[in-house]
Design a protein around this ligand. Sequence first.
Ligand code: GCU
Length: 733
Amino acid sequence: MFCFFLLNQKTIFVNNYKICYMKTFFLFFLLFCTLSAFSEDGYDLWLRYAPVENVNLQKTYRNQVKSIAFNANTPTLEAAKSELKTGLSKMLGFQPEFAEITNNTGNLIIGLPDNFEVIKENTGTEELNDISREGFILRQIENNNLIITSNTEIGLLYGVFRFLQIVQQELPLSGLNVVDSPKTQVRILNHWDNLNRTVERGYAGFSLWDWFRLPDVIDPRYIDYARANASIGINGTALTNVNANAQILTPVYLEKVKALADVFRPYGIKVYLTARFSAPIELDNLPVADPLDPLVQEWWKKKAAEIYSYIPDFGGFLVKADSEGQPGPHNYNRNHAEGANMLADAVAPYGGIVMWRAFVYDQHVPEDRTKQAYNEFMPVDGEFRENVILQVKNGPLDFQPREPFHPLFGGMEKTNIMPEFQITQEYLGFSTHLVYLAPLYEECLQSDTWTKGEGSTVAKAIDGSLFGQKLTGMAGVSNIGTDRNWTGHPFGQANWYAFGRLAWNPYLGSRKIADEWIKMTFTKNHAFVEPVTEMMLTSRETAVNYMTPLGLHHIMAAGHHHGPGPWVDGRRPDWTAVYYHRATSEEIGFDRTPGGSNAVGQYHQPVADKFGNIETCPEEYLLWFHRVPWDYRLKSGNTLWDEMAFRYNQGVNEALAMQESWNLLADYVDGQRFKYVQSLLEIQTKEAAWWRDACLLYFQTFSNMPIPDGVEKPVKTLEYFMGINELYMPGHH
Ligand code: GCU
C-alpha cells in the first residue's frame, strides 16, 4: 500500500500538480499509518517494535544509541545489525548512525572483547568464562556508554535482541548490567511436520516448510521464523515429524534441508531431522535394521557422512522408536541404548547428537501405560553414549492438561535428559482456547524429585546442576504453521515465547514471561497488561477445571482429541478413556498406589508416600493416583461428586470471566486482534460448557448423584454429546 502511494507521488510530480497532490499523498499516508496502527494481523509476533511512548525514555534511548560502534562483517553480525536498525528506527523514529571504525567513540559499543579495548577494560575474564559460548553481557559503563559483548557472535546477536527487548518494554537503562547465559544447551522446537505439509497435531495451517519449492524458493518467512527463535534463544529445529518418513534422508530432500539450514545458520539455529529406524531397509533394501548388525551400522555412518556433506553443522537426529507402531531396536530384541548408540556413533565424528524419545509404551505389555517408559529406560541408565540425550515428556502419560512430573526426571542420574513440552495444544483446546502454558511448564520444572534430598527440582535434574550431565536441553513441540499469525490463536504466540524463555532459563517465572510478552506483543499500558496477565496466569487452571479436574486424564474424544470423550471405549485399551478413569457406581480413578499399579513406586521418597496416600496426595492429582468413592469428603468438605461438579462449573465461569475481561479492553488493542481474540474466547466458553455438561452427564451415570445446586444444569442429553462426531478436525490425518 505504501509503495502504491510512493508510485502515485511520482506521477504527481510529472503532472505538475505537486503541492496539491503532495498534500493528498500526505493525508493518505497518515490515514494508512493510522489504519495500520488499528489493525494488526499478528505476523510481527513480539518483534513489533512499537514506538516508545514515554517521551523522556525515548530521549534517553536516543541519546544512548546516537552512534553505534559495531563492526558487522559476518552473516550473524549483519543479522544483528539489521535487527538493530529495524528495531531502533521503528521504536525511536530515527536511524542511528553506525561507526564502522573500531575506535571507542560509540555510545553503544557492540563486539567481542578483542574488538574494543573499552570492552576488555569493562569485563572480567571470569565473567566471560561464566557466560560460556552463547551468553552475553549488556552493561552501562562510565560516560553512560553501553556495551554488548560475548565470547561468540551468536552471543552478540542474543545480546542485541535482549537490548531491543529492554527498549520494547521501556525499561530504564541507567546502571544496566545484564550478565546472562542459557542454562541448557539444546533449545529446540520439534515440528511434527510431514513432507506433504500437513502437521500432526498442528492447528495453525500447514507446515512452514515448502518442500516442493525448496531449495529454490526461499520464503522470507523462514528468516522471520529464525529471527523470532533467535530473539528468545532457541537454537535448534527438528524439521520433521517424529512419526518419521525415511525420504527426508534422501539427496533430493537433503538439498532442501541444506537450503533451510543455510537460512537459519546466521541466527544460531541448527537443523535436526527425525530418523526412521527402518530407513536402511526402506531406502536401500537392507534385510534388517538391527543396530548391532555391522552392515546397518555402516549404512548409518555413510548416511551421516552424506548429510554432513550438505550441512556441515547438522545438529543430529531425533528418534521415536518402538512406540505407537514406529520401528525400533525392539524389532531385533535390542534395547533402547543399543539403538540410540548406533545412531550416536554415526554422528559423533561430526559433533552431532541423538535425541532419543522416552515416549515408549506398548499395548501388549500388561502394565499401567504410565509406568512403561520408566521400566524400559531405568535398567539402561548409564549405558547411553555421551552424545545421546533422552527426551522425556513432562508427564508419564501424554501432554495432558495436568500430569504429575515424569519419574524419569530425578530417576535416571547417569543419562543426559531433556524435557519435552507440548506447545501445540493437542489436549488443551487446539488453537481456539486461550491457555497460557508457562504455568504448566513451570509446575513441572519446579516439581521436587527429592533425588538428592529436598530441592532436587526437575529444573536442576535437567540443567546439569544436580547430576552434572554434560549435554542438556529442552524440546517444545511446535504450534507454528502457515497461519498469518503463526500460531492460530494470537495467544498461542505466548506459548512459543514462554517455551523459548524457559529453555534458556528454566527458573523464570510465568508472570515475568507473560509480562514481557504482553508488553512487546500488545501494549505497555497497565490498564491492559494487568488484566491480561491475570487472564493468562489463570487460564491453564481454568482449562484443567473444565476439562480434567481433580486428576482426571485422557478423557478426550478419540483420534483427533478435540472435545470431551469420557465414554471412549472399544479400541486398544490404552487409547480409551475408560482405561484411565475406571468409573463404577462406587468409585472413580486409577489406583496407582502400592495396592494398585504402584506407579507411585517410581518416585523417590517422600514423593512416593505423598502421592500414594489419599490423605496427602495433592487434590489436583487425586484421581491420577487413587480410586476414590463418590461420597468421599475432600478438603473443601464436599463429596468427590459435588466437588467435581463445582470444578467443572468453575472452569466454565472462569472462561466466561476471561471473555468479560477481554471485552473491556477494546481501547488498548488494535481492532483486528481484539475481535479475533474476542471470537475465540466465545468459542472457548461454549466449549468449556460442552466439556462440563458432557462429562458431568456421563459420570453421573456412575455416581447416580444429583448435580449440586450452584452448578448449571445441562440442557442437552448425554446421547446428544456422545453423538457428536467431528470428522474433519485439523491436525489429525
Ligand atoms: C501423542 C500424539 C501423537 C504423537 C505422539 C508422540 O500421542 O497424539 O500424534 O505422535 O504423541 O509424541 O509421539
